[in-house]
Design a protein around this ligand. Structure first.
Ligand code: PEP
Ligand code: MG
Length: 475
């Protein structure tokens, strides 16, 4: 599908110097926070911090001493953060994260990256950007967007996944250097508009067709459009742009709603896949040389159990309360399927089973536990992992990057990042064979499932289900 429209250029890297004064940025952030603060104690606290004269004084002092405005802002942030972190009180110490959050907003507003930019674009505009991170996309108004052109990234970068889920065509790896604001530009997305025909073909071959989701709206619209369940609910997207760890109750409320929206169909809830290109603003960032090979997915969750355990508790609570309302949905097995991301050895599954067993001795009646097959280790040891899992879900986006040793977001190695490469094909064969030998189902939820060129191959390989990036009602 090719779409065209006027370019709105978002230049993150061009704004190393401030494009707005501190006072202008302050006014923008103040208005944003005042709107957000109504009914939200986190943002009211941020507003109070912003209004504290200490903040303005510290920035003005830096500017008067000759620092560039953005440097003065960073220096003020570091000073105030250090002050909070030095306090001998756990509660006040934790406020350092809120300080970072407020300064982050100010920085974005000064650098021209936040309000007044991509949130209010004329309908049909094409957003043109060097790079878009998952957290950036939460600010975009996808309803007005006609398409996205991005320099960095491959077709399975998170920005592509999110944008396809919203039905917005996207093209990555594009040289955007010659594009100016208002130029008429084209977006060529060969994968846009093919999903219904993939769904029909898969169903005709006896496969289940699920939908991918990152929020409740996507679950509801996918189910309304005929999905037989949710193949992956990427829960980290619910919690990327906030300033505190989500509570058990918050998890439970969302998952209960998600299960009810599925009406007894399977909901594959992937536990938070943090790390790689997805960081939580409320956790201090640990710099890593190779974030995609570092503390990601289940590795992160097992280390940060104060984030992981409330999520598991929330999932168990949601299953219990839905079972109270609809016991019949649990008769043939629970509709709640928990997926663990980024598994590389059986011990990780056993550790999750231990935690679940400790939280709820009857957890096996409340949920099924499966894993993402995303690493070469998981493929090579698939028979051992299958023995501990209730199902497999293949994440070809990561599997391709790890098998081909080619970063899924790096345009320079996009020629190697190929889900149709023979090595990836062999990995898929091994995975399906191991799952079926162990008599567990195996689905695919990576973007390959939504690629019309792959449908026949995936059917022939023997997958049991495809989870598509989006499903829309047939008009
Ligand atoms: C995958 O890796 O294919 C996958 C589904 O997970 P994500 O794209 O969120 O990393
Ligand atoms: Mg993945």
């Amino acid at each position: 599908m090719i779409v065209s429209g006027p370019a709105v250029v978002w230049r993150r890297n061009a704004s190393q110097g401030a494009v707005r004064s501190f006072d202008e940025a302050f006014a923008i952030v103040r208005a944003d926070l005042a709107a957000l603060a109504a009914g939200n104690p986190v943002f009211s606290a941020h507003l109070e911090m912003l209004d504290d004269t200490m903040l303005c004084d510290a920035v003005q002092e830096g500017i008067s001493s000759g620092l560039a405005p953005l440097d003065a802002l960073d220096a003020a942030r570091d000073g105030i953060v250090a002050m909070f972190e030095g306090i001998d009180d756990e509660y006040l110490k934790a406020r350092a994260d809120d300080v970072r959050d407020v300064f982050g907003r100010l920085r974005e507003a000064m650098a021209g990256e936040a309000s007044g930019g991509v949130e209010q674009m004329p309908r049909g505009s094409i957003l043109v950007a060097e790079e878009l991170l998952p957290s950036d996309t939460t600010r975009l108004d996808f309803k007005s967007l006609g398409g996205i052109l991005c320099h960095k990234g491959s077709s399975t970068s998170h920005v592509c996944i999110i944008s396809r889920a919203k039905g917005v065509p996207i093209q990555v790896g594009v040289d955007i250097s010659g594009i100016s604001e208002g130029d008429t530009v084209q977006v060529d997305d060969p994968l846009a508009g093919c999903l219904q025909s993939i769904a029909s073909r898969a169903r005709a071959s006896g496969l289940k067709v699920y939908v991918n989701a990152a929020n409740l709206d996507e679950i509801r619209s996918g189910i309304e459009a005929g999905a037989e369940g949710v193949g992956i609910f990427r829960t980290e997207f619910l919690f990327l742009n906030r300033s505190s760890v989500p509570s058990r109750e918050e998890h439970a409320a969302i998952y209960k709603e998600a299960l009810l929206s599925c009406g007894g169909r399977p909901l594959a809830l992937r536990t938070m896949d943090i790390g790689g290109d997805k960081q939580l603003p409320y956790l201090p960032v640990q710099a890593e040389d190779n974030p995609f090979l570092g503390l990601r997915g289940i590795r992160f969750s097992l280390l940060h159990t104060h984030i992981f355990i409330p999520q598991l508790e929330g999932a168990l609570d949601a299953a219990r309360s839905v079972r109270d309302i609809h016991p019949e949905w649990f008769e043939g097995g629970s509709p709640l399927h928990l997926i663990i991301p980024m598994v590389s050895c059986a011990v990780e599954i056993l550790q999750v089973r231990d935690i679940l067993g400790w939280l709820a001795p009857d957890y096996r009646s409340l949920l099924e536990l499966g894993i993402m097959i995303e690493t070469p280790a998981a493929v090579l040891d698939a028979p051992a992992l299958a023995a501990e899992s209730d199902f497999f879900s293949v994440g070809t986006n990561d599997l391709t990057q790890y098998i081909m040793a080619a970063d899924r977001g790096e345009a320079a190695v996009a020629y190697l990042y190929d889900s149709f490469a023979p090595a990836v094909f062999k990995a898929l064969q091994l995975t399906v064979a191991a799952a079926h030998d162990a008599k567990i189902p195996v689905g695919i939820c990576g973007e390959m499932a939504s690629d019309p060129r792959a449908t026949g191959i995936l059917i022939d390989l023997g997958f049991d289900s495809l989870s598509l990036s989006r499903l829309e009602p047939i008009q």
